[in-house]
Design a protein around this ligand. Structure first.
Ligand code: FES
Ligand code: FES
Length: 180
């Protein structure tokens, strides 16, 4: 067999660690410099270094979604994400959802519809529901169920989470209609 071109050997990824290193993160629209060891997860940096304790750690193994945040607009489990791997990417936490004193419509609807009890799962649930509502204000009950399907709530708040999210979606799509 002959090859037309020269095949370059794959370049090895640059090695880092085991010493801590300085990285820049973009969290809730702010650039922050932190020093982390390479095995530090994003949720550890958010909570322990930046004091953003709204993001919770439930299982710490990708099974409960309590630690959900947005990464470049997608919902991810921050306990399964190394801080090193999200340099230069946009991270939004529950603290970054409101605009000044104005809560996100999904946050308001969770309060209005009593969609929480102990509240431990709530920040993660809200991150997923808010993402759904922003992407699809015409979302259906099935889509809301799907959006929270990875979220474990031991208090069983799901029925009110569904109601709250559909109410928020209706208010967002209503105000979009009104702006036309
Ligand atoms: S704490 Fe991250 S999925 Fe449970
Ligand atoms: S409100 Fe308690 S775990 Fe969901």
């Amino acid at each position: 067999m002959s090859y037309a071109g020269k095949i370059e050997p794959p370049t090895a990824p640059s090695l880092v660690g085991p010493e801590p290193l300085e990285i820049d993160l973009d969290v809730n629209g702010q650039r922050v410099a932190v020093k982390v060891d390479p095995a530090t997860t994003l949720v550890e940096v958010l909570r322990n270094t930046l004091g953003l304790t709204g993001t919770k750690i439930g299982c710490d193994r990708g099974a409960c979604s309590a630690c959900s945040v947005w990464l470049d607009g997608d919902v991810i489990a921050s306990c399964m994400t190394f801080a090193l791997d999200v340099r230069g990417r946009k991270i939004v936490t529950i603290e970054g959802l409101s605009k000044g004193d104005r809560l996100h419509p999904v946050q308001e609807a969770f309060i209005e519809h009593d969609a929480l009890q102990c509240g431990f799962c709530t920040p993660g649930m809200i991150m997923s529901c808010a993402r759904l509502v922003e992407r699809n204000p015409q979302c259906t009950l099935d889509e809301v169920r799907q959006a929270v399907s990875g979220h474990l709530c031991r208090c069983g708040t799901y029925p009110n989470v569904f109601k709250a999210t559909l109410a928020a979606a209706a208010s967002v799509s209503g105000s979009k209609e009104a702006q036309k």
